[in-house]
Design a protein around this ligand. Structure first.
Ligand SMILES: Cc1cc2nc3c(=O)[nH]c(=O)nc-3n(C[C@H](O)[C@H](O)[C@H](O)COP(=O)(O)OP(=O)(O)OC[C@H]3O[C@@H](n4cnc5c(N)ncnc54)[C@H](O)[C@@H]3O)c2cc1C
Length: 1150
């Protein structure tokens, strides 16, 4: 299928060739309007629906969420703006709208369309404009000056309006000059067809849609207006015009791909991009002042065909680690991403308008013989070294590292997995990684050099530090290592260098049945029977019009397990004699390099690969899918093939969650390889081969054990594959990515799926055994499910089920009875508890792991009720793990006699391991003594449903997010700003009054400290008619007072330099209250705006204790809680676990 750009080029050429001397006219107003409408609402509609509108909305969301109103300038809008299709909440944010539209008719139509704004009419595109829209009837140009370009905007948008423009860089720069800078910076957004490069302007982000297409009705009229609109002119002379249009129709029909109903439509590829620029777009000189640029003449030859066609903003080539640090700091301070070039085999090492960091100068390889560890000899390899460099250096000392099969492949391989001929014997390349040096891209640490794991002293760069997250980082580097920083070097453990005995068998495959039988035999009788020191890779490929199965066997070590005869019986005599080769020569034995297609098309081919992991390739469904890929799916080139690399053995010895590489149980890595002649790089054949690869892997994916993360990147077609690439490790990886690459510097690496949606509300249902936790939880879930929530509903999950299953497996108990049969469970209770304690001793993070497993297992559920918790302070222990969810504890209580009766036990000395009577105060307590459902239902209606009410949502919507305030990297949630919004204060007050878990009648006064506390507490005090007790900084209240020292609050710490806290001397100040503000023994409610680290709250509680208020008589109500700072844990540690804390909102982030 031709691209729309190649069609445009061909149409222009055809016009010149057909009527060389004819005069052309720019399109008339009528022709333009008709063409615009057809393109926007007909030919390219799906591209708008599937990409432009949703991604534009995503791109603008952070900016729109950060301010109450935005101003927009749109360039070359046409008669209607795409912004009219954004969700209503975003359209309502637009307070000022201006456009440049040079065509009179389009400008008039636009004025008419946009002028309905301001009316209280649901159809108004921008219903909240603060001033009349302004449409300037001029073309926008790089050299514009004067009145019409003096205003500043939050957003400048070019949506498909750059096609006719000269000096595109200049035009974008002119737009950049029109962006607001204060208080928050604006953004220029360009929607264009793929291939827009802007001479060194650096983008903030770029998103692509390579599968975009345009479909045109295959009739003369539609093709005429389509072609005219595309070339942007018509022919003056009528008869010339007729001749040219005839040629154009022919061209469209020959280049277009017939749509589904052959002949009705013609389709053209229209790959799209959305690129955003900020004022930092011109920051390249600041980078180049500190790091050498790769000169074109010495530019390395990228191995990947796609990458070779890309125009990055620049390629820099660091020669010193300081250069890499400079790159990272530059990227963070200018809010741009980077790509890294290792061996250049991946398709994403270069991205248009993004700076690439070429690591080729870091290519040293050292062999190190440590004396003090049991790791044996190590290889320390720079990130610019290639597989061949490492193998050569290791082999010189009789050693080897399990890497891949091609010598030119680089760091992308060992950072993302690494499957080679030693995988069955020693595991993956990433399994051999024992340490690494990397430059961090974190918010505090950005640019710091980190050493993780085992790195010999002499290979630790000066100034390198071991980060707190060292274990997590080493874990993540082993499989997802391109996502967390720029890796400078890696340390591998080594193995004795093997000698390989290699043989190839090639057998033609007959009809479908014969082909299937051969595959089954290969799987069952050859591959599955091999010992670990042997492997059998298979190839399915066409040669000389015949489908063939090629098998290469690799044996290491002395013992020959009789490989030869079994293979020969099944596949026929070998095509090559068995020969012994060393670790270097083995590279040349690859069948696709030596045997197939004349040695990879004589070495003059390019390829595109994606890989999925398969088991049971002899299974009928599997053989069918493999053969379908080769026989019936239209392969765009006869060179395309499937390569099945043998797995199993040591690959599966590593637990799936022991490293980020989470797909461990597979027999074969099936590399679907699209191949085409190199001279056809960038053409339709290359694109078709790429699409064939995606079609085949998508066909295999449902049958697979996951996809291989190497090679996956920002192409949206990779997203589905990436979501299966990390097995059970996705939640942890997603969390680490958010924490350690908060600015998304490594934005174009293998995509880590977003953190699974956490439930909005998590209710931890605790209580003593027999109190009726499961019973109540089920009733509460059904109340949620029958009320306004809508799908997805509430769900109950028992956290102890997983451990019960593990226990059952370990001791041979019946897992089903353990879950369902109460008496059986009671019988096993003591040994089950002992088992749990032992597990906990062996895996200190077991409780956290189980909690997260349960939460993510219920991804998408709105309200999750968890029973079976054994932890004493579960909210303080777990809430920071799910910072976007509101986590509360509801304790179910029942009299001992009731509990005994429910458990069917008559004795009074029950040992209850889950007794929690002495644990900290939960948010709510429910007395479940009565039989029946009514009490529990009433409790849910009164206490639980309000937690997910409409009013709660309204309150949450009032919190604006301000990026990089008060310093870079902080997304400031403006909680106090709620008070500035119409109705904000009264909404808080009524929610607090209603949600309070205690009894207002028993409360003596409300306690608050400045500034947020004063504001909110005074309104609440008026509402509930209680006096206020004010807490101020020392010296502000008249005597007599009581006072305590208070360390710096979370918010104040934002603006304090880190050096002061490094000195270990947190700033302290005194706080005080009047001595008799609260009578001794009074019950009080502390009201504050934010609970973060809990430092302020702990100080307030200490002050109250000093003033004679018992902590047991204190309740706390805050407007917003930030669980990541673990404020509840701080309260617990300081002895205030018995203080009930209620938060209206829970906010993720800092
Ligand atoms: C001919 C060929 C043979 C292959 N054979 C095998 C094989 O036998 N076994 C196997 O497992 N895979 C194999 N692969 C797949 C290969 O592992 C991936 O393509 C891998 O990503 C290539 O890494 P690279 O460094 O060469 O490529 P690059 O494109 O340079 O890098 C790939 C990715 O890694 C990132 N990256 C590179 N260096 C760093 C760094 N220092 N810090 C952070 N990120 C970095 C890049 O930004 C990019 O996203 C093969 C691929 C090809 C084309």
């Amino acid at each position: 299928m031709a691209t729309i750009d190649s069609l445009k080029h061909a149409l222009r050429q055809a016009a010149t060739a057909t009527t060389p001397s004819s005069t052309t006219h720019p399109l008339s107003e009528v022709e333009y309007s008709a063409g615009f409408h057809a393109f926007r609402h007909g030919f390219g509609e799906k591209t708008y629906e599937d990409f432009v509108v949703p991604q534009l909305s995503v791109s603008l969301a952070p900016l729109m969420n950060s301010r109450p109103r935005v101003s927009v300038l749109e360039i070359g809008t046409g008669p209607k703006s795409v912004l009219g299709e954004l969700p209503e909440s975003q359209r309502r944010k637009i307070g000022k709208y201006a456009a440049f539209e040079p065509r009179d008719s389009a400008a008039s139509a636009l004025e008419h369309w946009v002028s309905s704004s301001g009316e209280p009419d649901a159809d108004s595109p921008f219903p909240c404009l603060d001033c009349p829209p302004k449409v300037t009837r001029l073309p926008f140009a790089a050299d514009m000056s004067g009145e019409c370009v003096k205003d500043k905007y939050d957003i400048v948008l070019f949506c498909h309006s750059m096609y006719g423009m000269k000096q595109r860089r200049g035009v974008v720069e002119r737009a950049l000059d029109m962006l607001v800078e204060q208080p928050l910076e604006g953004v220029v957004v360009v929607v264009h067809r793929e291939g827009l490069h802007l001479d060194g302007l650096v983008c903030h982000r770029t998103m692509s849609f390579p599968t975009g297409s345009v479909s045109v009705p295959n009739d003369d009229g539609a093709l005429d207006s389509f072609s005219r609109f595309l070339v942007g002119f018509s022919i003056a002379d009528t008869s010339d015009d007729e001749r040219v249009r005839r040629e154009w129709r022919k061209l469209c029909r020959s280049l277009g791909h017939p749509g589904e109903h052959e002949g009705d439509y013609l389709m053209f590829r229209a790959p799209e991009v959305i690129i955003t620029f900020t004022r930092h777009a011109r920051a390249l000189p600041a980078l180049l002042s500190g790091v050498p640029r790769a000169q074109d003449s010495e530019s390395r030859i990228l191995k990947n065909a796609k990458a070779r066609l890309v125009h990055p903003a620049a390629v820099v080539r660091p020669t010193d680690i300081k250069h890499i640090q400079h790159c990272v700091r530059w990227a963070i301070s200018h809010k741009v991403g980077l790509t890294v070039v290792g061996g250049g085999h991946g398709g994403h090492c270069l991205v248009p308008n993004v700076v690439a960091v070429d690591m080729s100068r870091f290519d040293s390889v050292c062999i190190f013989h440590p004396s003090a560890t049991d790791l044996g000899p190590l290889v320390v390899a720079g990130a610019g070294a290639k597989t061949g460099d490492i193998i050569n250096a290791a082999m010189a000392e009789g050693l080897s590292v399990p890497l891949g099969s091609r010598p030119s492949v680089g760091a992308g391989l060992w950072l993302q997995g690494g499957i080679g001929h030693l995988a069955r014997l020693h595991g993956l390349a990433c399994d051999a990684v024992v340490g690494a040096v990397l430059v961090s891209v974190g918010s505090e640490s950005g640019g710091a050099v980190w050493t993780v794991g085992h790195v010999p002293v002499q290979h630790r760069p000066a100034g390198a530090v071991r980060p707190d997250c060292e274990d997590d980082m080493l874990w993540a580097l082993k499989g997802a290592g391109t996502n967390f920083g720029i890796v400078v070097s890696v340390v591998f453990k080594t193995y004795p260098a093997p000698t390989y005995r290699v043989r190839h068998c090639i057998t033609p495959l007959g009809n479908g049945l014969h082909a299937k039988e051969k595959l089954v035999s290969f799987d069952k009788l050859v591959a599955s029977t091999l010992p670990r020191n042997s492997s059998a890779d298979a190839y399915l490929y066409w040669d000389a019009g015949q489908l063939r199965l090629g098998v290469s066997t690799y044996e290491t070590g002395q013992e020959s397990p009789g490989l030869g005869p079994s293979i020969e019986a099944i596949l026929g005599p070998p095509n090559t004699e068995s020969r012994a080769v060393n670790s270097v020569d083995v590279f040349e034995t690859e069948m696709y390099m030596s045997g197939m297609h004349g040695g990879h098309g004589g070495g003059k081919t390019s390829s595109f690969k994606r890989c999925v992991f398969l088991n049971d390739i002899g299974m009928p469904q599997m053989t069918e899918a493999l053969l379908r890929a080769m026989e019936t799916r239209s392969r765009p080139s006869p060179l395309c093939y499937l390569h099945l690399l043998h797995g199993g053995g040591a690959v599966g010895d590593v637990a799936a969650d022991a490293s980020a590489f989470g797909c461990r149980t597979w027999d074969f890595a099936c590399v679907v390889t699209g191949v085409w002649p190199r001279e056809q790089d960038g053409t339709g054949i290359a694109r078709a081969a790429e699409q064939w690869v995606y079609d085949v892997v998508n066909d295999l994916l449902p049958l697979s054990a996951g996809a291989y993360g190497a090679d996956l990147g920002p192409d949206p077609r990779d997203a589905a594959l990436a979501s299966t690439a990390f097995g059970p490790n996705i939640p942890l990886l997603a969390r680490l990515k958010t924490t350690h690459d908060p600015f998304n510097v490594m934005a174009y690496a293998c995509p880590l799926p977003a953190e699974p949606m956490e439930p909005r509300l998590i209710i931890l249902v605790t209580g003593e055994s027999g109190a009726g936790k499961d019973h109540c939880a089920n009733i509460w879930a059904s109340v949620f499910n029958t009320h306004v929530l809508g799908p997805p509903p509430a769900r109950v999950v028992s956290i102890s089920d997983a451990i019960k299953r593990d226990y059952a497996a370990a001791v041979g108990a019946d897992p089903d009875r353990l879950l369902r049969d109460r008496a059986y469970k009671e019988e096993h209770r003591p040994s089950l508890t002992a088992f749990f304690q032992e597990q906990l001793r062996q895996r200190p993070r077991l409780a956290e792991e189980q909690f997260l497993r349960v939460v993510y297992g219920a991804a998408g559920v709105n309200v999750l009720l968890i029973t079976g918790m054994r932890d004493e302070a579960p909210v303080a222990t777990f809430s920071h793990l799910v910072p976007d969810s509101k986590v509360i504890e509801v304790r179910v209580q029942a009299a001992q006699s009731v509990r005994q009766a429910r458990r069917g036990i008559r004795t009074s000395n029950i040992e209850d391991s889950s007794a929690v009577a002495a644990s900290p105060l939960p948010e709510f307590t429910f007395a479940n003594d009565a039989d029946g459902d009514e009490g529990a239902k009433g409790f849910a209606n009164q206490r639980l449903l309000p937690l997910v009410s409409k009013e709660m949502n309204q309150l949450a919507d009032m919190v604006r997010t301000i990026p990089d305030f008060p310093r870079q990297g902080i997304n400031f949630r403006h909680v106090l700003g709620i008070a500035q919004q119409p109705g904000g204060l009264s909404l808080c007050v009524s929610l607090w009054a209603h949600h309070f878990a205690g009894d207002w009648g028993h409360v003596h006064s409300l306690v608050c400290c400045e500034a947020g506390g004063f504001l909110f507490a005074s309104s609440l005090a008026t509402h509930v008619n209680k006096p206020l007790a004010l807490i101020r900084k020392s010296g502000k209240l008249p005597p007599p007072t009581v006072s305590v020292f208070k360390s710096q609050s979370h918010i104040s710490s934002f603006s304090t330099s880190s050096s002061s806290s490094c000195l270990g001397s947190p700033l302290e100040e005194g706080i005080e209250m009047e001595k008799d503000a609260t009578p001794d023994g009074a019950s009080v409610v502390v009201v504050d705006d934010v609970l973060a680290t809990g430092k302020t709250l702990c100080s307030v509680l200490r002050l109250l204790t000093k003033a004679g208020v018992d902590a047991a008589n204190v309740s706390v109500m805050v407007l917003a809680e930030f669980p990541v700072h673990r404020g509840r844990q701080a309260l617990l540690q300081q002895g205030f676990g018995n203080v009930r804390v209620q938060s209206l909102l829970v906010l993720g982030g800092a």
